[in-house]
Ligand binder design. Structure first.
Ligand code: F6P
Length: 345
């Protein structure tokens, strides 16, 4: 197509771990593209795998109705990393197949909805000459270049409710309750839900912990007749290499060091499932609609983002390969420490 012509046909794919709000984003892109710009929209199945295998479906205004509140992704997802698993020299490479299929499908742009891995692949496809727009999603909230990703607020709500529920059973039995939360190598989810749920100890990957500090803190609470304590542990904290779960390791250590009765909950995939929170529905809709507007103005090679409350965009080249972690002097960490919360230091 001509370089200045408005895109007519776009593809959307969702890759990496799912999270609440993806369907709201698909709806936001699709409805804006169809209603405002009269574009054709196709959905690529199962992330980059669908582009490799040329598996897709047509999205119409009516097929986009009723998906705003649905969890997961109607398009399916996969953790396929086409630039990584592309070694077989005899076969046509996966990136080459993707480019070929992009052309065959007559796409003028591909929207890639995903986290860090997806956005890295999106950047490589953009470098290879495809018109790409990225949208950040993940419960981990660790995408560089945006203050927030959708999926995070829903996960914080779910994890906070889980912590709330641990308080009463911990109190009844006078126990230490350890809860392990997701977040990959970032502590955002544990930090936010730990603070919202009134965690006494919060351990995140960005702040190296000292087991003796945790021991002294919990024993002091016990001696002050505080009958129970809640310990929130991010899955990504450093633990000995033979250990499999941060929550189980910390719970065992606490019991060994303090003698206090300890139980552990590994919340797992509950954090990613189900309907998005209203905030995530709104953020995902805004991201989706903005992506469609960017496509219409041929503003490619960028990721939609939110900075200081404003919707904006950042070049994929700036995002790719980076992770947004909690800084040591993060305001929430500092304020919580002032209130007596223990971060293991
Ligand atoms: O990135 C989202 C996330 O849920 C992380 O918090 C977690 O570490 C990971 O995905 C789990 O991955 P998988 O879906 O491959 O088990």
């Amino acid at each position: 197509m001509g370089k200045n012509k408005r895109p007519q046909r776009i593809g959307i794919l969702t890759a990496g771990g799912d999270c609440p709000g993806i369907n709201a984003a698909i709806r936001g892109i699709g409805k804006t593209a169809i209603v405002k710009y009269g574009m054709e929209v196709i959905g690529i199945s199962d992330g980059f795998l669908g582009l490799i295998n040329k598996e897709y479906l047509t999205l119409t205004e009516s097929s986009l109705s009723g998906i705003l509140t649905l969890g997961g992704t109607i398009l399916g997802t996969s953790r396929e990393k086409p630039f990584k698993n592309s070694k077989n020299k005899k076969e046509i490479s996966k990136p080459a197949l993707m480019i070929e299929h992009y052309e065959q499908l007559g796409l003028d742009c591909l929207v890639c909805i995903g986290g860090n891995g997806t956005l890295k692949t999106a950047h490589l496809l953009s470098q290879a000459g495809l018109n790409i727009v990225g949208i950040p999603k993940t419960i981990d909230n660790d995408v560089w270049g945006t203050d927030v990703t959708f999926g995070f607020d829903s996960a914080v709500n779910i994890a906070t409710e889980a912590i709330d529920r641990l308080h009463s059973t911990a109190n009844s039995h006078k126990r230490i309750m350890v809860i392990e939360l997701m977040g990959h190598n970032a502590g955002w989810l544990a930090l936010f839900s730990g603070v919202a749920g009134g965690g006494d100890v919060i351990l995140i990957p960005e702040i190296p912990y000292d087991e003796d500090v945790i021991k002294e803190y919990l024993l002091k609470r016990a001696h002050e007749n505080k009958p129970y304590s809640i310990v929130v542990v991010a899955e990504g904290i450093k633990i000995p290499s033979k250990e499999k779960s941060s929550g189980n390791y910390i719970a065992r250590k606490i019991n060994e060091l303090t003698g206090l009765e300890t139980r552990v909950t590994v919340l797992g995939y509950i954090q990613r499932g189900g309907s998005p929170s209203p905030m995530d529905r709104i953020l995902a809709s805004k991201f989706g609609a903005t992506a469609a507007n960017m496509i219409a103005s041929r503003d490619f090679g960028k990721m939609v983002a939110q900075k200081n409350g404003e919707i904006t965009s950042v070049p994929l080249s700036e995002v790719a390969g980076k992770t947004r972690l909690v800084e040591q002097n993060n305001d929430l960490v500092v304020r919580s420490r002032e209130m007596g919360t223990c971060f293991g230091i």
